[in-house]
Design a protein around this ligand. Structure first.
Ligand code: SAJ
Length: 403
């Protein structure tokens, strides 16, 4: 491979699509991941995650020699940090992967290089990394271009959105912003908006917090409507006929690795000021607990009415419809909680988007539905919408399959 023009550290849900996209455009990209299996898979032209059209993109880029993966970085002109930023025990952000990725490239950096963080990060992370780099390499002080540019792609539509979404690009100074804008302009068709690093960091957190707060409002309505005997789906549909109202959909909680995580990055640093953001997280988490309690109640009610244990179908494990991703999934949490309290009932666990699971024994969705006395819809997968309504069964529709 020729000298790479970009090194991308972290080949996960965002790093790999980004690497493939840039490489497909004819730029030599060196991808880095600490996981040897991931590296080997990519170098075979294959992928380790599910994302539409990513497979062809990676196989093209690898077969043409524009993308190569390794466990260590090499010298280049542009470094992109796209590693996870999870949180620790008390919902405190953990930027240790960003730090270790930066440590790995420290000896390779030279004057004029561009260093960009894409990982979702607490406010001030880019400046913190700048200080760290210049402490370790004082001869480079002020001579690098350092910027933050969050990704905002929707899982399931990543390859399209990476190109067409607008991007927010914030440098630690104007020269850094300009240099980063020039880099993204080669493969992004959306508008590139310039700002500073702190605002760009906050922008990402605010986008996902905004969605979390809006979903919390819908989930709160679902709790109120349940007590008030009102169909929440009909209510939201009607309220949304107002020209300036746009309420989102309630569900069994909020999951995924972004919306259920990012708001804590604000709350952890600004607890006194972020009351609504913090409460939204609580409401959305509580909704999952509430759903699990509803299943227990239905189970007991059935037993009282029929004098026997029910068969229960738990429909869906993914964190949202029509994907195979179970990370931070409220449906998975509910299934675990229900099974912890199981008392000789028969359970059928369903997830049409995955073949098998290392903990749960999966049942085909039609069989589960047919056999069950109680059907619990946790995720509105498209397959479930075609199941006939059966008034003989007790239905718990937490995600509006039949809305
Ligand atoms: N959900 C609801 N009701 C709704 C919409 C969503 O309960 O009306 C739930 C989903 O079921 C799921 C969770 O919210 O459990 C999150 O799903 P999502 O589709 O809202 O978002 P993600 O996590 O797949 O992707 C989000 C996106 N952010 C925003 O829409 C502001 C995406 O653009 C980001 O790039 C991504 O987070 C990320 O990586 O941060």
């Amino acid at each position: 491979m020729n000298n790479p023009e970009a090194v991308i550290i972290g080949l996960g849900y965002i790093g790999l699509p980004t690497a493939a996209l840039i490489a497909e455009g004819g730029t030599y990209v060196h991808g880095v991941d600490i996981n040897q299996n991931v590296v080997d898979t990519i170098n075979r032209g294959e992928i380790h995650i599910v994302e539409p059209s990513l497979d062809t993109s990676v196989s093209n880029a690898v077969s043409k020699g524009f993308l190569k993966a390794a466990t260590t970085p090499v010298e280049t002109k542009t470094y992109l940090i796209v590693v996870p930023t999870p949180f620790k025990d008390k919902h405190e952000p953990d930027i240790s992967f960003v730090q270790s990725a930066t440590t790995a490239i420290l000896p390779l950096l030279k004057e004029g290089d561009l260093y960009i963080i894409e990982s979702t990060s607490p406010i001030g992370t880019t400046e913190k990394m700048m200080t760290y780099i210049y402490e370790e390499r004082p001869e480079l002080n002020g001579k690098l271009h350092i910027a933050y540019c969050p990704e905002r792609v929707l899982p399931g539509n990543v390859m399209y959105e990476l190109v067409h979404n607008d991007r927010v690009i914030g440098g630690v100074n104007e020269a850094s912003t300009e240099k980063a804008v020039a880099f993204y302009s080669k493969y992004v068709k959306g508008e590139l908006h310039k700002t500073n690093a702190r605002t760009a960091e906050m922008c990402k957190l605010v986008e996902n917090s905004s969605r979390d707060v809006q979903i919390a409002f819908a989930n709160e309505l679902s709790l109120i409507c349940d007590r008030a005997d009102i169909n929440v789906w009909e209510l939201i549909n009607l309220a949304n006929r107002h020209p300036r109202v746009n309420i989102l959909q309630p569900g069994c909680g909020v999951g995924g690795h972004c919306i259920a995580v990012d708001p804590y990055f604000i709350v952890a640093d600004y607890p006194m000021e972020s009351k609504i953001i913090g409460t939204a997280r609580e409401v959305n988490n509580y909704k999952s607990f509430w759903c699990a309690e509803k299943v227990q109640n239905a189970r007991l009610k059935f037993e009282l009415q029929h004098g026997r244990k029910p068969k229960i179908a738990l429909m869906g494990l993914a964190f949202k419809p029509d994907i195979d991703d179970l990370r931070e999934s409220p449906a998975k949490y509910i299934v675990q909680r229900v099974l912890q309290n199981a008392n000789n009932e028969e359970y059928y666990i369903v997830e049409p988007n995955i073949e098998e699971h290392n903990v749960f024994k999966l049942t085909d969705y039609k069989t589960a539905y047919e056999k069950a006395d109680i059907v619990v819809f946790l995720v509105a997968h498209k397959e479930f919408k075609n199941l006939p309504k059966d008034s003989e069964k007790m239905m718990l529709d937490f995600c509006g399959v039949y809305k």
